[in-house]
Design a protein around this ligand. Structure first.
Ligand code: SF4
Length: 425
């Protein structure tokens, strides 16, 4: 995409003018022009070609940049999804900054369809930033339960407390202030500042990154530092003067609906006339796919310990690290490869558990994959053989299956709880 900061002004202007040529009887002329122009830019931007030089912003190109924004916004107005954190255009009004912060936090690393019910439940329980600031952390974690990446929930509560105690209960409006909030990085600060307050702040999430790489035919790895800097710069350069929040949302929406990681729908794309990857037939190759890295496997043994009155033993995880502060069935590291067969049920003496147990029966293996590691939990049920629990620093509680909902449990332990419900004996 040629936008105002390019040095190859006349060629870039030609590219941006193609949309105007198309549909005005000059289609053929436009196609010829496009071929000529893209052959120049492609040679210079592909690996091995000489890098393009960039110069200061050229106001003479602004109308072309505006045409890109206009086409994108027009498409967004027609095609945007009706999401609960968005303002219905028919109703109008301003987006609620707290809703934007909650939704953008939930959407990090998580798909829209997964987030919607969580967002609605979260807002029903914590309707204002003051409600969230006053909430107990365990309750916040319970409302985040199953969404994963729980540090987001703890940070969101900490951010709400900072907004109440240091910003007088009002969400900061500027990106620099938003960056002071726990868990708020450059992307979230830009999203809240632009969507909720109309500030000219860029955003760069996975979707926008992919769209910009294709528009500019950037073949380098979008995760490397220099490419990130270049993409942030581009994300800022292309911001329009008005409707900045809608423009940022439209870029994300385009990446989610049209410019998808695989099989981008270029023929339906509202900005294909600005897209170098499309013109070069490189849309499927940009960005280059990630080299698959082996993810380490972590093995655990989980013991569901039941005492005579039918209650189960839970323990609380440490206050730092993965699933910090959440609750789980008694879990220890497993040395050996897992095997759910009855023959591998460990002897009591081999299991360093916080309570003496008997009648250990294997229940199965629960697996759980995260971005950087995989877990395998070999699950056993057993009976408490004593009333005394080892006294250490780990908080523990007995509870019934019916009252498990009072405790925030990580996803693998939610599945283990379901196994207990499905296999009563
Ligand atoms: S033309 Fe294709 S590759 Fe280019 S932005 Fe549109 S969907 Fe993405």
């Amino acid at each position: 995409m040629k936008l105002p900061d390019e040095t190859q002004t006349c060629q870039n202007w030609n590219v941006l003018s193609l949309a105007n040529l198309a549909g005005t009887g000059n289609q053929k002329k436009g196609n010829e022009l496009r071929k000529r122009t893209f052959s120049i830019s492609r040679a210079k931007d592909m690996p091995g070609g000489s890098p393009r030089r960039r110069s200061a912003y050229d106001p003479a190109m602004l109308s072309s940049s505006s045409s890109f924004a206009r086409q994108l916004l027009r498409w967004y107005d027609r095609s945007r999804r009706d999401l609960p954190w968005r303002i219905d255009p028919a109703v109008g009004g301003e987006p609620n900054p707290y809703h934007v912060l909650v939704s953008e936090t939930m959407l990090q690393q998580t798909q829209v369809a997964t987030v919607i019910p969580y967002f609605q439940r979260f807002l029903a329980r914590f309707p204002t930033v003051a409600d969230l600031a006053a909430a107990d952390e365990q309750e916040v974690l319970r409302h985040w339960q199953g969404l994963g990446y729980y540090s987001r929930a703890r940070n969101l509560r900490a951010a709400a407390r900072m907004i109440v105690h240091e910003f007088g209960g009002h969400m900061p409006t500027e990106p620099e202030e938003l960056l002071q909030l726990p868990g708020v990085g450059r992307y979230t600060a830009g999203a809240v500042a632009s969507i909720a307050f109309g500030r000219r702040a860029p955003i760069l999430d996975g979707n926008v990154q992919r769209v910009l790489c294709r528009l500019d035919a950037i073949a380098s790895d979008p995760r490397d530092r220099q490419t990130q800097q270049r993409l942030w710069q581009r994300a800022e350069e292309i911001l329009p003067r008005r409707r900045v929040g809608d423009f940022n949302s439209a870029l994300m929406e385009l990446g989610a609906l049209v410019c998808t990681p695989r099989n981008p729908q270029c023929l339906l794309c509202p900005v294909r006339d600005h897209c170098e990857a499309f013109a070069s037939g490189l849309q499927e190759k940009i960005p280059a796919p990630k080299a698959a890295k082996p993810t380490p496997l972590v093995r655990r043994q989980t013991y569901c310990v039941r005492r005579a009155d039918g209650q189960w033993l839970l323990e609380q995880r440490p206050s730092t690290g993965r699933w910090a502060g959440m609750w789980q069935f008694v879990t220890i590291a497993a040395e050996d490869p897992l095997d759910a067969s009855a023959a591998r049920a460990p002897a009591q003496s081999a299991a360093p558990l916080p309570i003496r147990v008997r009648r250990i029966h294997p229940m199965g293996i629960v697996t759980h994959s995260l971005t950087h590691r995989r877990y395998e939990f070999q699950v056993f049920r057993c009976e408490a053989a004593a009333t005394g629990i080892l006294a250490d620093n780990c908080p523990r509680r007995w509870t019934t299956l019916e009252r498990l909902d009072d405790f925030p449990l990580p996803k693998p332990h939610l599945r283990i709880a379901q196994m207990l419900r499905d296999q009563p004996e």
